[in-house]
Design a protein around this ligand. Sequence first.
Ligand code: HEM
Length: 514
Amino acid sequence: MAAKEYTAEEVAKHNKEGDLWVIMDGKVYNLSRFVDLHPGGSNVLFAESIAGKDATQAFFGLHRLEVLQRPQYARLQIGTIRDEESVIKAPAPGELSRVPYAEPTWLVSGFKSPYYTEGHRKFQTATRTFFMVVVGPEMIKCEENGQRISQEVVDKMSEVNVIAMRLGPGKHLQGRTLMNGTVKPEEFDYFHEAIVHAELARFGSRGAIEGLLAGAVIGLPPVLNYGSPELQARIVPEVLSGKKYVALAISEAFAGSDVSGIQTTAVRDGDFWVVTGTKKWITNGTFADYFTTGCKTETGFTVILIERDDNVSTKAIKTSYSSVAGTAYVTFDKVRVPVGNTLGEIGNGMSVILSNFNHERWMGMCAGLSAQRVVVEECMKWASQRIVFGKPLTSQAVIRAKLAAMISRVEAGQNWLENITFQMNNMSYAETSSKLAGPIALLKQFVTRSGEQTAKDSTQIFGGRALTVTGMGKVIENFHRTSAFDAILAGAEDVMADLGVRQAMKKMPSTARL
Ligand code: HEM
C-alpha cells in the first residue's frame, strides 16, 4: 500500500506529458508511463478536467472498479490525498450487498422470513465467502479462456463437499463435513442447497456454472436413486470427491424435449449391453468419465451408465456460452456395457429421467434467479453512476420503469421459488414427483421468460456497453447472450408452460363446474 500523502494542489502540478498524475477516490495515481499503454487512448488522460485533477467520476463512468484492482494497474498508485478517505471498495469476502434488491429479502437487514433460519444465514455467509475467494475467480477466468475448471479448484470444492451438496439432501451426505461444518448432513435441506446454487451464479459467467460439474448434478442422481449397491459403491465416492466426472446423455440431434424419439440403441448380448448411437449438447461431455445414457431397448426406454472407453468418443460443440461447460457431441460405437450398469428397471427409463427433471429444473431456477438479481444490482449501480446530460440515468422515468419491471420479476420468482422449496422440504421424493412437476415446470417458464425480458431491459439501460464481452457491461453481455440457455436446457420454455397446465388438467375434479 502506497503510504505517501499529497494535497490536491501538489497533484495539480503533474498535468503534462511525461509527468501525469490523477486522483481517484482519494488515491493518487502516476500515469506518466502508462498513458501510451492505456486501452482507452492517451489523449483522454490529458483532458483539462482529468490531468492533475480528481478523475473519480469520469473513471467510474468508463471502468469497473476491478480495473484498479488488477495488479498491473494497482501499482500505478503512488499515494493518497491527505485527510481524504477512499470510499469505493469491492465487497469483502462473504459481504452482502447494500444495493436495494441486490439480495433476496431474507438476507436484508430488518426483513423476516418464514423459511430461513439463523443456521441458513451462517451457511450462506460461509458459502459466499468460499465462492468469492476460491471458486469465483476461477469461474471468471475459465469463462474467458474456455478451459475447464482446474483440478485444484475441483479438489477444494470437494474438500467442503460442494459437489455432494449440489445434489441436495440425502444419504450421500452422511458422514461428510459440509462447508467446514457450518451445517450437519442431517440438517442440510433444500434451502441450503438453493443457497449453493444461488451463490455460484453470482459471477456473470453462465458457461462456468455448467462447467462447475453440472453434469454430476444431473447425471449422478439416477445412479444414487436407481443404481445397484455395487455400482453406487464404486461410482458415487469417486464422483463426489471430484476424481471422476459424469455427464447426463439424453438429448440427440434426433430428439430433444421429445425424449421418446431418441435413436441410441442398446442391444443385449449375454451379460452386456452393446450401445450404438450419438448424443448432442452433453454438458461436461468433453471431459466426462461416465455417461448416464438414455437408450432404446427391446422393451422400451432404458437408462444405462456407460464408462468412457476407446469406443466412446467426444467432440466439443461450440455453443454461444463458454466452452468451459465442456458441451459435447458424444458417439457410442458398439460400446460393451455390463448389464449391472442399468439404472432402474429395463424398459422403465422414462420414469428415471422424468423424476430427475424436477430437481434439475428447480436447480436451474435457483441459479437463474440469482443471476437475474445480479443483473438488477448491476443496473441499479450503473443507472446511478452513469451521468447523462449532467444527470444520473435514474433521473429518466423510462429507466426507472425498466428497473421496476426487473425488480418485480425477480422478487415474484424468488417468492414462488421459496414456496416450492418449502414444499420439497416437506414432501417425499415420490410426492415431489407427482405434486410438484407441474408447479416446477410453470416456475421454470416464468423465470426464463423473466430472464429474457430482464436481459433486454438491462441491455437498453447499459446501451453499447452491454454489447462488449469485456468492460463496464460485461455481466449484462454475458446474461443477454446466455439467458436463452435456461429457456432450453432441461425442457424448452413452451414445453414447460404446457406441461404445467397439462399436469393441472389431470388434477381437475370431474365435478368442477362454473
Ligand atoms: C489508473 C488509471 C486508469 C486505468 C488503469 C485505466 C485502464 C483502462 C482499461 C483497462 C480500459 C479498457 C476497458 C476496461 O477494461 O474497462 C480503459 C478504457 C478507457 N479508459 Fe481508462 N484507465 C485509467 C484512467 C482513465 C481515466 C482517468 C480516463 C478519463 C477519461 C479514462 C478513459 C478511458 C476511456 C474513454 C476508455 C474506453 C472506454 C470504453 O471503451 O468504453 N481512463 N481504461
